[in-house]
Design a protein around this ligand. Structure first.
Ligand SMILES: C[S@@+](CC[C@H](N)C(=O)[O-])C[C@H]1O[C@@H](n2cnc3c(N)ncnc32)[C@H](O)[C@@H]1O
Length: 443
C-alpha cells in the first residue's frame, strides 16, 4: 500500500536511504517503491512510499531519525476544494473504522515553507466538517492522530528553493520518528566531549544505516569519545572501539569523565572492549576474520584532528632503530606517531572492513571533510589474493598522486605560493618566521 512519508527538512541526501536501510533490516526491501506527489521536487519533504503493511510502516517510522511521519493518505489536492473531493472519494471501508464513536482523535495542522496562524489552523480544521468524525476529541493522548499538512509554492517568496508547489495533504498518522532521543543524547549535555565528537543526529543516522540491532557487534576503529558507539548501544548492539590515542580510550578527563562514563550516563551497556590500536597496524591475530556485523566510523580529518600512525618520522625513515619501552616507563609512555594521509587511512579501513565484517555486514563511513556519508555492504569474500591486488592498486594511486605534485605539472606551471619565494639573501631567522606555527606539531 502507498503511504505518505514526510521527512524532516534535514540531511536531504540520506532520507530515502535511511528508510531503505530500515526496510532491508526488517526484510521488506524488495517490495519498497518510491513516488513523488504531484508537483513535488525530490528535495521536498513529501514523498510516497509503497510498503507491505502498516506494521512495517510504523516500525520504520518509529526507528528512523529523518522521518517526521508516515501517514495513511486519505486525500490531497492543490486547494481545499480538491482536498475535499479527494477525501470523499477515498474508500469508506478504509475511513470508517477510525471515525467511530469509541475512538478519540486529534487533528493537527502543519505547514512547510509557510506559517499558519492559530486562526487559520482552526479554519482549516473547521473546513473538514464533511468528514463524519464521531469520536471525542482528545488533544493529549488520542487513539487516532489526523494531520492536515500544507505547503506553499515558492512563488510566495518564502525563501525556499523551488522544492514544493502548493499542495495540501490529509492523512492518519501511522508512526513517526522518536526525535526525543536527540535532546536526550545531544552533545551539550554529554559528560565527556572532544573537539570532534560526532553529533547525535548523524550518529543515530549512521547506526540506522548500519542496521544496528540487539545481538550485533559494532566496531568503531576511531572511537574518540565514543559518540557513534553510544548510538549503536542505544539500539541494543554490543560495541567495541579503538583509537590510536591512549589518552582517549584509557584516561579521558578522569575516572568519571571518559568513554565509559558516556555509556553510563545513559544507562547503556558498556563496550565489550576499548583498545589502543592503530588503524594502520591492526591488532588482530592472523586468520581472525568476519567478527563484526558493522563498522561505523568517522576517520580523522583536517589539520587539527588529522590522522596519525604509529612509528614517528625518525623511526619510519630508519633514522632511529625500533626500541622497547622500559617496563617502569610503560604506563606513562605515549608512543610517537607520524602523519597518516586520508588516502592511506581509507585504504586501511577498507582492508579492515573487507577482512573483519561478516558477509552482508556494513561499513558506514562519515567524511566530514567532504560532508558525505558512505554506506557499503560486504558482498564478496576477503582473500589474500584480493588484498594483495588492492594494495598494488593503492600503491599506483599513491605514485600517481605524487607525480601530480612534481615540478612541471599543471599545478606548478599555473600557480605560485602566496608568500614570495625566499631569495638567496633571506637569513634563516626570517625563514623560520615564515613557517606556520603548527609545523612540526601537527604536520
Ligand atoms: C574524527 S575523530 C573521531 C571522533 C569520534 N567519532 C567521536 O565522536 O569522538 C578521529 C579519531 O581518530 C583517532 N585516530 C587518528 N589516527 C588514528 C589511527 N591511525 N588509528 C586509530 N585511531 C586514529 C584520533 O585520535 C581521533 O580520536
Amino acid at each position: 500500500m502507498w503511504y505518505l512519508c514526510v521527512f524532516f527538512h534535514r540531511l536531504l541526501d540520506y532520507r530515502r536511504a535511511e528508510v531503505e536501510s530500515l526496510a532491508e533490516m526488517l526484510g521488506v526491501y524488495s517490495s519498497l517503491e518510491w513516488r513523488l506527489p504531484e508537483n513535488q521536487h525530490p528535495d521536498s519533504p513529501f514523498h510516497l512510499v509503497n510498503l507491505p503493511s502498516e506494521d512495517v510502516a510504523r516500525n520504520i517510522a518509529n526507528r528512523s531519525i529523518l522521518v517526521k511521519g508516515i501517514y495513511e493518505l486519505w486525500g490531497e489536492g492543490s486547494s481545499l476544494e480538491q482536498l475535499e473531493e479527494s477525501i470523499k472519494s477515498y474508500p469508506e471501508d478504509r475511513k470508517l473504522p477510525y471515525l467511530t464513536c469509541e475512538t478519540t482523535f486529534k487533528v493537527t495542522v502543519d505547514s512547510f515553507g509557510k506559517a499558519i496562524s492559530f486562526q487559520e489552523q482552526n479554519d482549516r480544521i473547521k473546513s473538514l466538517a464533511y468528514i463524519p468524525f464521531k469520536g471525542r476529541v482528545n488533544l493529549k493522548n488520542p487513539d487516532i492522530n489526523f494531520w492536515l499538512m500544507e505547503t506553499d509554492d515558492y512563488g510566495a517568496h518564502n525563501g525556499l528553493p523551488p522544492v514544493v508547489q502548493r499542495r495540501i495533504f490529509f492523512g492518519r498518522l501511522v508512526g513517526g520518528a522518536d526525535r526525543k532521543l536527540l535532546p536526550t543524547y545531544e552533545l551539550k549535555s554529554r559528560r565527556y566531549l572532544g573537539p570532534t565528537a560526532m553529533d547525535a543526529e548523524v550518529a543515530f543516522l549512521m547506526a540506522n544505516q548500519a542496521q544496528v540491532m540487539p545481538g550485533k557487534l559494532v566496531y568503531d576503529p576511531f572511537v574518540g569519545t565514543g559518540s557513534i558507539l553510544v548510538a549503536a548501544a542505544h539500539f541494543g548492539a554490543m560495541t567495541m572501539g579503538a583509537d590510536i590515542d591512549i589518552r582517549a580510550v584509557r584516561d579521558g578527563r578522569g575516572p568519571d569523565c571518559n568513554v565509559w562514563s558516556n555509556f553510563k550516563q545513559y544507562g547503556l551497556p558498556l563496550p565489550v572492549a576499548l583498545l589502543r590500536a592503530d588503524n594502520n597496524l591492526p591488532p588482530w591475530r592472523p586468520g581472525l576474520k568476519e567478527i563484526f556485523d558493522a563498522i561505523i566510523c568517522d576517520p580523522p580529518y583536517g589539520v587539527r584532528a588529522g590522522g596519525r600512525k604509529s612509528g614517528g618520522r625518525k623511526l619510519l625513515k630508519g633514522i632511529v632503530a625500533p626500541y622497547t619501552v622500559p617496563d617502569d616507563k610503560r604506563t606513562g609512555h605515549i608512543p610517537s606517531t607520524a602523519p597518516y594521509s586520508l588516502a592511506e587511512c581509507v585504504h586501511d579501513l577498507l582492508d579492515l572492513a573487507a577482512r573483519m565484517l561478516v558477509m552482508g555486514g556494513r561499513l558506514i563511513l562519515s567524511s566530514r571533510y567532504s560532508r558525505v556519508l558512505l554506506t557499503m555492504v560486504k558482498t564478496g569474500s576477503y582473500t589474500e589474493k584480493v588484498a594483495e591486488a588492492a594494495t598494488i592498486k593503492h600503491q599506483e594511486f599513491k605514485e600517481n598522486y605524487v607525480k601530480r605534485l612534481e615540478d612541471g605539472n599543471l599545478h606548478s606551471s599555473v600557480f605560485s605560493p602566496v608568500h614570495p619565494q625566499l631569495g638567496e639573501e633571506t637569513d634563516s631567522k626570517s625563514c623560520k618566521e615564515l613557517k606556520p606555527k603548527y609545523r612540526g606539531k601537527y604536520v
